[in-house]
Design a protein around this ligand. Structure first.
Ligand SMILES: *[C@@H]1O[C@H](CO)[C@@H](O)[C@H](O)[C@H]1NC(C)=O
Ligand SMILES: *[C@@H]1O[C@H](CO)[C@@H](O)[C@H](O)[C@H]1NC(C)=O
Ligand SMILES: *[C@@H]1O[C@H](CO)[C@@H](O)[C@H](O)[C@H]1NC(C)=O
Ligand SMILES: *[C@@H]1O[C@H](CO)[C@@H](O)[C@H](O)[C@H]1NC(C)=O
Ligand SMILES: *[C@@H]1O[C@H](CO)[C@@H](O)[C@H](O)[C@H]1NC(C)=O
Ligand SMILES: *[C@@H]1O[C@H](CO)[C@@H](O)[C@H](O)[C@H]1NC(C)=O
Length: 630
């Protein structure tokens, strides 16, 4: 043992002794996200019952999220009193908060056994395990260990959608030492990216030194982690928090516009992109190596905030080219458990697909398999799939394809998805007359509504909002009942901010004809990218023609073409849709759909409708279509 470790050991001992004297609540950091760790000896289960009172008024901070963004839903989630929530945040009881706004929630905290807690009851959503509930829904105001402890005998895998569980929220009452110095309340604060102990204290008018004491942290530079909770000691009840406005999105310069035509020019761009990509890749590799070597030694002196709690879940997934060492597989399994993904052995997939036989080949690198008597689609990927796994793990919606498990073998990933019996939408709409495949008007509207509903979920109900970025008819699959499911989330990404916010990217990827002009020209990414692609998809669906067929003239844009059609009314439709198809369509409604498509294809992203509006329009069109029949 070297002298450095000795010193740290000594410091630790001294530190421990001082805990005993001061008896405040130890900050446990990352342990609260380590759901597999059976050690629940300290405050991962809750803060110790060491206060003056067995129960007291306490406060929680919750950040408004799409599903919990108004006084009613937040009070309900955290079992608080809506009128108190409204009063303390200086809003009305019907108010809605903007995403990520800090909301103060008063709760009555009391001792239950050894720990302080506030019980709330929660209905489990699909695909949620204890980690997701504690971290994502309750934002670290509870921990996976505490929730699990409250439901004896029910493991994270036993959770099913619709189950009611008790969630103990982390709260605490002041100790004698704290009341002696005038502290009357403790507020549980979920740490977010960019927070410092000093900053959090100032936000609530607390003394940073007292905050350190309250959490038994040694100094202001101590490492704190995202998605863990910190106690803020207060003299007076907290008042409405006006958070500093978030930093502006880091704008990287947009790429140069592609010069018109000129294949030699293009070649140069490709070379440039290649070189830049290579440089990028090398720097990433260097950074990874650097981190691996320096992390161990640097850890203790690291900056105030660290994302290691996150890395615990993300890192191993990024090691996509790993050789599948036992350690790696073990860590994969623990991740998969906490996020409800099954890890398959490669042999299981070989059996399922008859050793990836040609008769089970669907297309590309996708195979059909039979697992536990059910069909599954198995996609082989060489490369980093952590993004796709992360996204699919967060989303759970009947119009988005579900990822049920993963497998890694010889540097390749195998993603196991739910199976869509009728294959890609593109196979149905572009080959209408062969094999009698025929897609009626009502089928078309149903598919459009399904796709719009799936996108609306991605845009408005995931946190942060996500953009699919590669919506097209071949990325929409149809199940046995011809209900649509969006697939291929390889390019999907979060917008980084609220819905409608923009981010910039230098890396233009997507499918020709489907990419919105602002993305092609400036690399602007927002949910309106998917709205544009949805317009293109719907156009292809109702006309049965691929989008490239509409570009007779390079300088024409789709919006101009559609505007012409709309201006000419029913006569105009003949330019767009084959007469043989048109005669089977309800003409009053076709025009409404064409208008909807036209609005999605507007050059200016801000005037395109949001996905929820599109869902509403399509629902009305669907109702009207059914009415025509009867
Ligand atoms: C209160 O804190 C002081 C130091 O600030 C310490 O000396 C004392 O023992 C503590 N008392 C209790 C009951 O924790
Ligand atoms: C609050 O939000 C929930 C869930 O998003 C919603 O169902 C409810 O109608 C909203 N209530 C009010 C008063 O806005
Ligand atoms: C907490 O308890 C007090 C009195 O015991 C009660 O008036 C108040 O409504 C309670 N608050 C909540 C949020 O339940
Ligand atoms: C919370 O609920 C558990 C049962 O799930 C119960 O044993 C405990 O006493 C409750 N605690 C409080 C503070 O209500
Ligand atoms: C924990 O939850 C936050 C939102 O509360 C989310 O941004 C973050 O990605 C989650 N962490 C993990 C590892 O899922
Ligand atoms: C939870 O699942 C395990 C196996 O996965 C099973 O043995 C156990 O009985 C289940 N528990 C409950 C309460 O359903």
């Amino acid at each position: 043992m070297d002298s450095l470790s000795l010193i740290s050991l000594l410091t630790l001992c001294l530190f421990c002794c001082s805990f005993l004297i001061q008896a405040q609540q130890p900050y446990v950091g990352r342990k609260t996200t380590d759901c597999e760790n059976p050690d629940t000896s300290d405050s991962v289960l809750g803060y110790n019952c060491n206060g003056v009172s067995m129960s007291c008024q306490s406060y929680l901070v919750f950040r408004s999220q799409p599903l919990f963004n108004n006084v009613t839903s937040i009070s309900n989630l955290l079992s608080s009193d809506p009128s108190q929530v409204a009063t303390i945040n200086e809003v009305s009881e019907t108010a809605t908060f903007r995403t990520n706004q800090m909301v103060i929630v008063p709760v009555n905290c009391s001792c239950s056994g050894d720990h302080y807690q506030k019980n709330t009851s929660y209905t489990v959503g699909g695909g949620e395990g204890y980690f997701l509930i504690a971290n994502n829904t309750f934002q670290a105001l509870s921990t996976c260990q505490a929730i699990q402890n409250q439901q004896p005998g029910i493991s994270t895998r036993n959770l099913t959608a619709g189950m009611r569980i008790t969630v103990p929220l982390r709260c605490a009452c002041p100790t004698k030492n704290q009341t002696d110095v005038g502290i009357n309340y403790l507020l549980s604060y979920p740490i977010a990216e960019g927070d410092t102990i000093q900053g959090i204290s100032e936000l609530f008018g607390a003394d940073p030194e007292r905050t350190l004491e309250a959490n038994q942290l040694p100094d202001l530079r101590s490492t704190i982690f995202f998605f863990t909770s910190l106690l803020v000691p207060l003299r007076d009840p907290p008042s409405r928090v006006t958070a500093p406005s978030p930093p502006p999105p880091r704008a990287s310069p947009p790429p140069p516009n592609s010069p018109p035509g000129g294949s030699s020019n293009r070649t140069w761009i490709y070379i440039l992109v290649g070189v830049l990509g290579g440089v990028g890749l090398i720097s990433v590799v260097c950074m990874v190596i650097f981190c691996m070597f320096f992390r161990k030694t640097k850890k203790k002196t690291d900056p105030i905030i660290s994302s290691e709690s996150l890395e615990a879940y993300e890192k191993p997934l990024e090691k996509s080219l790993d050789d599948g060492s036992q350690d790696f597989i073990d860590s994969m399994s623990s991740i998969a458990q906490s996020i409800n993904l099954k890890i398959y052995k490669f042999e299981e997939l070989q059996v399922a697909t008859d050793d990836f036989s040609t008769s089970n080949h669907i297309k590309g690198s996708v195979y059909r398999g039979v697992i536990n008597g059910d069909f599954a689609a198995i996609k082989k990927v060489h490369g980093d799939v952590s993004k796709e796994i992360q996204i699919l793990n967060k989303v759970y919606h009947s119009n988005l394809i579900r990822l049920s498990g993963v497998c890694i073998n010889q540097g390749n990933w195998y993603l196991v998805y739910e199976y869509a019996a009728n294959g890609a939408l593109s196979d149905w709409i572009f080959n209408r007359d062969d094999n009698g495949k025929y897609f009626s008007w009502k089928d078309q509207i149903q598919v459009a509504l399904d796709v719009a509903t799936g996108l609306n979920y991605l845009h408005s109900f995931t946190n942060p909002p996500h953009v699919h970025k590669d919506l097209k008819t071949s990325n929409v699959l149809l199940d046995g009942d011809f209900r649509a499911k969006i697939t291929n989330f390889a390019l999907a990404r979060s917008t980084g901010g609220g819905e409608g916010e923009f981010a910039l990217t230098k890396h233009i990827v997507g499918t020709k004809g489907y990419m919105a002009p602002e993305y092609l020209e400036n690399g602007l990414v927002s949910t309106k990218l998917d709205v544009y692609a949805f317009g293109v998809l719907l156009l292809e669906v109702i006309t049965g023609k691929e989008v490239t067929a509409f570009y007779s003239d390079e300088h024409m844009n789709l919006s101009d073409i559609l505007s012409n059609v709309v201006d000419n009314g029913r006569e105009g439709l003949k330019d767009l849709i084959e007469p043989s198809m048109l005669e089977n369509y309800p003409s009053e409604l076709v025009l409404v759909v064409v208008q909807l498509i036209n609005s999605c294809l507007k050059q200016n992203p801000t005037v395109r409708p949001a996905m929820d509006e599109i869902v509403k329009s399509l629902s009305r069109i669907q109702t009207a279509s059914s009415a025509l029949d009867s």
